[in-house]
Design a protein around this ligand. Structure first.
Ligand code: CTP
Ligand code: MG
Length: 196
Protein backbone atom coordinates (compact mmCIF):
# COMPACT_ATOMS: atom_id res chain seq x y z
CA UNK A 1 0.00 0.00 0.00
CA UNK A 2 1.36 3.40 -0.96
CA UNK A 3 1.48 5.79 1.92
CA UNK A 4 0.92 9.44 1.21
CA UNK A 5 1.22 12.12 3.81
CA UNK A 6 -1.55 14.65 3.56
CA UNK A 7 -1.77 18.04 5.20
CA UNK A 8 -4.75 18.39 7.57
CA UNK A 9 -6.66 20.60 5.13
CA UNK A 10 -6.16 18.08 2.32
CA UNK A 11 -7.35 15.37 4.67
CA UNK A 12 -10.55 17.34 5.33
CA UNK A 13 -11.25 17.57 1.59
CA UNK A 14 -10.33 13.91 1.03
CA UNK A 15 -12.71 12.88 3.82
CA UNK A 16 -15.63 14.71 2.22
CA UNK A 17 -14.63 13.36 -1.20
CA UNK A 18 -14.54 9.79 0.12
CA UNK A 19 -18.00 10.16 1.65
CA UNK A 20 -19.63 11.72 -1.41
CA UNK A 21 -21.43 8.50 -2.47
CA UNK A 22 -23.05 8.43 0.98
CA UNK A 23 -23.94 12.13 1.06
CA UNK A 24 -25.36 12.12 -2.46
CA UNK A 25 -27.24 8.81 -2.14
CA UNK A 26 -29.50 10.62 0.28
CA UNK A 27 -29.97 13.62 -1.98
CA UNK A 28 -30.67 11.38 -4.98
CA UNK A 29 -33.23 9.42 -2.93
CA UNK A 30 -35.21 12.59 -2.27
CA UNK A 31 -35.13 13.45 -5.97
CA UNK A 32 -36.21 10.03 -7.28
CA UNK A 33 -38.30 9.01 -4.25
CA UNK A 34 -42.00 8.25 -4.53
CA UNK A 35 -44.21 5.30 -5.32
CA UNK A 36 -44.76 2.30 -3.06
CA UNK A 37 -43.38 2.72 0.46
CA UNK A 38 -40.93 0.07 1.68
CA UNK A 39 -43.31 -0.91 4.50
CA UNK A 40 -46.22 -1.10 2.00
CA UNK A 41 -48.31 0.96 4.38
CA UNK A 42 -48.12 -1.57 7.19
CA UNK A 43 -48.08 -0.70 10.88
CA UNK A 44 -45.82 -1.88 13.68
CA UNK A 45 -47.47 -3.39 16.75
CA UNK A 46 -47.72 0.08 18.33
CA UNK A 47 -50.25 1.09 15.67
CA UNK A 48 -47.81 3.48 13.96
CA UNK A 49 -46.31 2.95 10.51
CA UNK A 50 -43.18 0.75 10.40
CA UNK A 51 -41.21 3.33 8.38
CA UNK A 52 -43.74 5.70 6.84
CA UNK A 53 -44.39 7.12 3.37
CA UNK A 54 -41.04 8.93 3.29
CA UNK A 55 -39.13 5.66 2.74
CA UNK A 56 -39.88 4.25 -0.71
CA UNK A 57 -38.42 1.55 -2.94
CA UNK A 58 -37.69 4.14 -5.62
CA UNK A 59 -35.69 6.15 -3.11
CA UNK A 60 -33.81 3.13 -1.78
CA UNK A 61 -32.95 1.60 -5.16
CA UNK A 62 -32.47 4.91 -6.97
CA UNK A 63 -30.28 6.29 -4.19
CA UNK A 64 -28.12 3.16 -4.10
CA UNK A 65 -27.65 3.11 -7.88
CA UNK A 66 -27.09 6.87 -7.79
CA UNK A 67 -24.37 6.47 -5.15
CA UNK A 68 -22.65 3.85 -7.32
CA UNK A 69 -22.79 6.28 -10.24
CA UNK A 70 -21.32 9.05 -8.13
CA UNK A 71 -18.44 6.75 -7.21
CA UNK A 72 -18.01 5.73 -10.83
CA UNK A 73 -17.81 9.39 -11.85
CA UNK A 74 -15.32 10.03 -9.08
CA UNK A 75 -12.91 7.37 -10.33
CA UNK A 76 -13.36 8.19 -14.02
CA UNK A 77 -14.17 11.86 -14.52
CA UNK A 78 -12.34 12.79 -11.33
CA UNK A 79 -9.29 10.74 -12.27
CA UNK A 80 -6.84 13.60 -11.80
CA UNK A 81 -8.43 14.87 -8.66
CA UNK A 82 -8.67 12.73 -5.52
CA UNK A 83 -9.53 9.52 -7.30
CA UNK A 84 -6.26 7.91 -6.25
CA UNK A 85 -7.77 7.60 -2.80
CA UNK A 86 -9.84 4.65 -3.91
CA UNK A 87 -6.80 2.92 -5.38
CA UNK A 88 -5.42 2.65 -1.88
CA UNK A 89 -8.01 0.00 -1.32
CA UNK A 90 -5.33 -2.58 -1.92
CA UNK A 91 -6.83 -5.32 0.22
CA UNK A 92 -8.69 -6.76 -2.72
CA UNK A 93 -12.07 -5.13 -2.29
CA UNK A 94 -13.38 -3.30 -5.32
CA UNK A 95 -14.05 0.42 -5.02
CA UNK A 96 -17.56 -0.39 -6.25
CA UNK A 97 -18.13 -2.50 -3.17
CA UNK A 98 -17.17 0.53 -1.09
CA UNK A 99 -19.49 2.78 -3.12
CA UNK A 100 -22.31 0.32 -2.61
CA UNK A 101 -21.69 0.07 1.14
CA UNK A 102 -21.50 3.86 1.46
CA UNK A 103 -24.68 4.50 -0.53
CA UNK A 104 -26.78 1.60 0.70
CA UNK A 105 -25.45 2.10 4.24
CA UNK A 106 -26.51 5.76 4.13
CA UNK A 107 -30.05 4.82 3.09
CA UNK A 108 -30.21 1.99 5.63
CA UNK A 109 -29.16 4.42 8.37
CA UNK A 110 -31.85 6.81 7.19
CA UNK A 111 -34.45 3.99 7.33
CA UNK A 112 -33.30 3.03 10.82
CA UNK A 113 -33.83 6.65 11.89
CA UNK A 114 -37.34 6.67 10.43
CA UNK A 115 -38.07 3.44 12.29
CA UNK A 116 -36.95 5.07 15.55
CA UNK A 117 -38.93 8.25 14.81
CA UNK A 118 -42.11 6.26 14.13
CA UNK A 119 -41.64 4.32 17.40
CA UNK A 120 -41.48 7.68 19.17
CA UNK A 121 -44.77 8.60 17.50
CA UNK A 122 -43.23 11.27 15.26
CA UNK A 123 -44.99 11.83 11.94
CA UNK A 124 -43.22 11.49 8.62
CA UNK A 125 -41.15 14.57 7.87
CA UNK A 126 -41.07 15.73 11.48
CA UNK A 127 -37.83 17.25 12.68
CA UNK A 128 -35.41 15.18 14.72
CA UNK A 129 -32.21 17.20 14.46
CA UNK A 130 -29.51 14.79 15.61
CA UNK A 131 -31.03 11.71 13.99
CA UNK A 132 -31.71 13.49 10.69
CA UNK A 133 -28.20 14.86 10.47
CA UNK A 134 -26.16 11.82 11.39
CA UNK A 135 -28.35 8.79 10.57
CA UNK A 136 -27.00 8.27 7.07
CA UNK A 137 -23.36 8.89 7.96
CA UNK A 138 -23.59 6.37 10.82
CA UNK A 139 -25.23 3.83 8.46
CA UNK A 140 -22.48 4.32 5.88
CA UNK A 141 -19.73 3.99 8.50
CA UNK A 142 -21.27 0.88 10.06
CA UNK A 143 -21.65 -0.94 6.74
CA UNK A 144 -18.20 -0.03 5.41
CA UNK A 145 -16.78 -0.95 8.80
CA UNK A 146 -18.43 -4.37 8.77
CA UNK A 147 -17.97 -5.32 5.11
CA UNK A 148 -15.42 -2.90 3.65
CA UNK A 149 -12.41 -5.10 4.32
CA UNK A 150 -10.42 -2.52 6.27
CA UNK A 151 -11.26 0.50 4.15
CA UNK A 152 -12.93 2.38 6.98
CA UNK A 153 -10.24 1.58 9.46
CA UNK A 154 -7.59 2.70 7.04
CA UNK A 155 -9.20 6.02 6.17
CA UNK A 156 -10.92 6.99 9.36
CA UNK A 157 -9.22 5.35 12.29
CA UNK A 158 -5.90 3.62 12.58
CA UNK A 159 -4.68 4.07 8.97
CA UNK A 160 -1.84 6.47 9.15
CA UNK A 161 -0.53 8.04 12.28
CA UNK A 162 -0.86 11.31 10.40
CA UNK A 163 -4.62 10.89 10.03
CA UNK A 164 -5.21 11.34 13.72
CA UNK A 165 -8.76 12.40 14.45
CA UNK A 166 -9.03 14.68 11.44
CA UNK A 167 -11.35 12.48 9.30
CA UNK A 168 -13.76 11.75 12.13
CA UNK A 169 -13.90 15.34 13.38
CA UNK A 170 -14.37 16.49 9.77
CA UNK A 171 -17.42 14.25 9.45
CA UNK A 172 -18.88 15.40 12.74
CA UNK A 173 -18.54 19.06 11.79
CA UNK A 174 -19.10 18.96 8.02
CA UNK A 175 -22.08 16.60 7.97
CA UNK A 176 -24.67 18.89 9.59
CA UNK A 177 -23.47 21.82 7.47
CA UNK A 178 -23.62 19.87 4.19
CA UNK A 179 -26.86 18.18 5.14
CA UNK A 180 -28.59 21.43 5.99
CA UNK A 181 -27.29 23.29 2.92
CA UNK A 182 -28.32 20.52 0.52
CA UNK A 183 -31.77 20.29 2.10
CA UNK A 184 -32.37 24.03 1.90
CA UNK A 185 -31.33 23.88 -1.75
CA UNK A 186 -33.62 20.89 -2.36
CA UNK A 187 -36.49 22.76 -0.68
CA UNK A 188 -35.92 25.82 -2.85
CA UNK A 189 -35.77 23.64 -5.98
CA UNK A 190 -38.99 21.96 -4.92
CA UNK A 191 -37.69 18.39 -4.56
CA UNK A 192 -37.99 18.45 -0.78
CA UNK A 193 -41.14 19.35 1.11
CA UNK A 194 -39.38 20.70 4.19
CA UNK A 195 -36.01 22.48 4.51
CA UNK A 196 -34.58 19.87 6.95
N1 CTP B 1 -36.97 9.19 0.15
C1 CTP B 1 -37.50 8.03 -0.40
N2 CTP B 1 -36.98 6.80 -0.04
C2 CTP B 1 -35.95 6.71 0.84
C3 CTP B 1 -35.41 7.88 1.41
C4 CTP B 1 -35.96 9.11 1.05
O1 CTP B 1 -38.42 8.08 -1.21
N3 CTP B 1 -35.46 5.49 1.14
C5 CTP B 1 -37.55 10.50 -0.27
C6 CTP B 1 -38.96 10.72 0.28
O2 CTP B 1 -39.68 11.39 -0.71
C7 CTP B 1 -38.70 11.61 1.49
C8 CTP B 1 -37.54 12.46 1.02
O3 CTP B 1 -36.76 11.56 0.22
O4 CTP B 1 -39.82 12.39 1.82
C9 CTP B 1 -36.71 13.04 2.14
O5 CTP B 1 -36.15 12.02 2.95
P1 CTP B 1 -36.22 12.09 4.54
O6 CTP B 1 -36.05 13.48 5.02
O7 CTP B 1 -35.31 11.05 5.04
O8 CTP B 1 -37.73 11.57 4.80
P2 CTP B 1 -38.94 12.26 5.56
O9 CTP B 1 -40.02 12.51 4.55
O10 CTP B 1 -38.47 13.38 6.39
O11 CTP B 1 -39.48 11.08 6.49
P3 CTP B 1 -38.94 10.62 7.93
O12 CTP B 1 -39.71 11.38 8.95
O13 CTP B 1 -39.25 9.16 7.93
O14 CTP B 1 -37.46 10.89 7.96
MG1 MG C 1 -36.70 14.06 7.10
Amino acid sequence: MTEVALAPLELVLVTIWLMLPAYLANTIASIVGGGPPIDYGRNWNDGQRILGDGKTWNGLIGGTVGGLLVGHLQITAGADFFSDCYCYVSWGSSPYLIFFLLAFGALAGDMAASFIKRRQGQERGSKSPLLDMYDFIIGALVLTGLFGGGWLEYWFFSGWPSHGWVPLITLIIATPILHRSVNILGYKLGVKQVPW
